[in-house]
Design a protein around this ligand. Structure first.
Ligand SMILES: [Zn+2]
Length: 113
C-alpha cells in the first residue's frame, strides 16, 4: 500500500495547510459513512475536520474493499489525498466536481514534469 503520510505532508505544504494537524489512514468499509443511496464500498475516502483546531482526519478505504466497478477510476491514492485536502482548503464548497477537477489539474501538472 502507498504510504499516506508522505503524500499528506507534500500536498499540505503545497496547499498551505502545513499548520494543520492532518492524520491519514487506511480503513475498512464499515468505518465509512456512506452518503444516502450509496454503499460504504462506494466511498474511496472521507475527511472529518475541526477548522478551529486545524485538525483533520482522512480515511482512505482499503483498495480491495472498494466496489469492483469503481476501483479502476477511483483509486488513485494521491488524487484521493489531494481531493480531501482541497475540502479542507475550501470548507464551504460541496461541489465535488470542482474539487475533483482541481485535484486532477494539480496532479496533471505534477506528473507532467
Ligand atoms: Zn469530496
Amino acid at each position: 500500500m502507498i504510504g499516506l503520510d508522505a503524500l499528506v505532508k507534500e500536498w499540505a505544504a503545497l496547499l498551505r495547510l502545513q499548520d494543520w494537524d492532518i492524520e491519514a489512514r487506511y480503513v475498512h468499509a464499515k468505518e465509512m459513512a456512506a452518503p444516502e443511496g450509496h454503499d460504504q464500498t462506494e466511498v474511496s475516502a472521507q475527511v472529518s475536520s475541526d477548522t478551529n483546531f486545524k485538525y483533520a482526519r482522512i480515511r482512505v478505504l482499503h483498495r480491495d474493499e472498494l466496489a469492483e466497478d469503481l476501483a479502476p477510476v477511483m483509486y488513485d491514492v494521491e488524487h484521493v489525498v489531494v481531493h480531501e485536502l482541497l475540502h479542507l482548503r475550501f470548507p464551504d464548497t460541496e461541489d465535488e466536481v470542482a474539487i475533483n477537477q482541481t485535484a486532477s489539474a494539480l496532479l496533471t501538472l505534477k506528473r507532467r514534469k
